[in-house]
Write a protein that binds this ligand. Structure first.
Ligand SMILES: Cc1cc2nc3c(=O)[nH]c(=O)nc-3n(C[C@H](O)[C@H](O)[C@H](O)COP(=O)(O)OP(=O)(O)OC[C@H]3O[C@@H](n4cnc5c(N)ncnc54)[C@H](O)[C@@H]3O)c2cc1C
Length: 377
């Protein structure tokens, strides 16, 4: 068995042992997932795409995405926690100093620390250049003030990579990334948001009120924050795409099983051509979104200069498909699809999140069309 196959079969065993038996607890009751996350780290699943020199397995991002797909099929919550955690780890890998990689990244990779990335603010979502959080330099220290909104893993995380303006006059170059530890003085987490779905996925505001950080907490160099976060978000768009893909695959599987069992007019509903047409549409859209997501992961492995374009296409399409496919799954379940006891009602609500996070789908379309408009003369 080659190594990739071994990792994938290990992931299947992990899901059967740790996730499947607790799926309802996690997804419906919203219970804490820290223990499962720690196990994932301990078993090396977070380490898959990271370099060996920092304790990673040095395997492909494509393999990591394949493992994430299996996890997302059973738990949108755990998939979301991993996705947000990865943003903090990749931002330090991309822009951090060697000391920061040794101090934080090595532990994030093993799941010994949990991380978040905080860019969005109450008045700055799609337009990150308008963030108001400020870091004022005072000697060897920075004083941070501001509020971050919607931060995933807030409350669960040990470290937060936070974007702040260090020079308001310098535009994108005036933004820096800082590592804030959960125990830092004057750093507070707001109440957990009550959301449409995924009650176990932590989401809250962060409040920085004169948080004093030594200069070694700037990720890499002052002024590089915007470049770091943009590169990190490209990666996050693939993990968002794969979350949506896993959800779509689950919705199809559940709908097909149901359609074979449900009898109307004396026959299973799967024998009706209109239901078959839905199944054909769902399966085809899923296959297309799988190809786009896996293609984007391979482009990352190949350091393709157009990775950003493929990542946006994957996120945009896979999330749109998740909404479409879960809607059709609800339709196939008929009235039972509307009942919370049946999984497809939950998947339909969860699917919507993927069209919003990591840059809304409107923003993905802007990125894609910008590339195409420049390319085609
Ligand atoms: C569950 C969840 C988890 C999240 N986790 C994190 C996290 O961990 N870290 C983090 O930093 N953020 C996080 N976010 C925030 C998320 O990235 C933002 O919600 C998203 O980028 C959109 O920003 P906004 O909500 O302010 O919407 P807005 O930017 O106000 O957009 C509102 C609407 O206007 C549209 N719009 C805006 N500008 C344009 C334009 N130029 N052209 C066309 N349409 C436009 C949008 O597409 C959208 O439809 C999370 C959000 C959610 C819901």
């Amino acid at each position: 068995m080659d190594l990739d196959k071994e990792v994938l079969s290990g992931a299947v065993e992990f899901i059967e042992k740790y996730i499947q038996p607790r799926e309802k607890e996690i997804e419906v009751e919203g219970l804490f997932v820290k223990d499962i996350f720690k196990e994932l780290g301990y078993h090396g699943f977070i380490a898959i795409p990271f370099p060996k020199e920092y304790g990673g397995l040095g395997l492909s991002f494509r393999l990591f995405v394949d493992v994430s797909r299996l996890i997302a099929k059973h738990s949108g919550t755990i998939s979301g926690v991993i996705g947000a955690h990865l943003l903090s780890a990749f931002s330090i890998l991309i822009g951090g100093t060697e000391e920061q990689k040794q101090k934080y990244l090595t532990k994030l990779i093993k799941g010994e620390l949990i991380g978040s990335l905080a860019l969005t603010e109450p008045n700055a979502g799609s337009d990150p250049s308008s963030i108001e959080t400020e870091a004022k330099k005072e000697g060897d220290y920075y004083i941070l003030n501001g509020t971050k909104a919607f931060t995933t893993n807030a409350g669960l995380s040990d470290i937060y990579v936070i974007m702040a303006k260090t020079d308001r006059e310098r535009g994108a170059r005036g933004m820096s990334a800082f590592i804030v530890e959960s125990t830092d003085e004057n750093f507070k987490i707001g109440r957990q948001e009550s959301k449409m779905a995924l009650p176990g996925l932590p989401n809250a505001s962060l409040f920085l009120n004169d948080v004093k950080l030594y200069r070694d907490r700037v990720v890499g160099k002052e002024g590089t924050g915007f470049a770091i976060v943009m590169k990190t978000l490209d990666i996050g768009r693939v993990t968002t795409g794969v979350g949506a893909l896993g959800l779509s695959e689950r919705a199809l599987e559940e709908a097909v099983k149901y359609s074979k069992k449900r009898i109307q007019f004396g026959k299973p509903i799967s024998s009706f051509e209109m239901i078959q047409s839905y199944i054909a549409d769902m399966a085809t859209e899923i296959e297309a979104s799988k190809l786009l997501v896996m293609n984007a992961a391979e482009k990352k492995d190949q350091n393709d200069p157009k990775f950003s374009l493929y990542a946006s296409m994957a996120k945009y399409y896979a999330s749109k498909v998740a909404v479409d496919v879960s809607r059709l799954a609800v339709q196939i379940f008929g009235g039972y699809g509307w009942i919370e006891d049946y999984i497809v009602a939950r998947l339909y609500k969860e699917a919507k999140m993927y069209e919003i996070i990591e840059g809304t789908n409107e923003i993905q379309k802007l990125i894609i069309s910008n590339y195409i408009l420049k390319e085609v003369k």
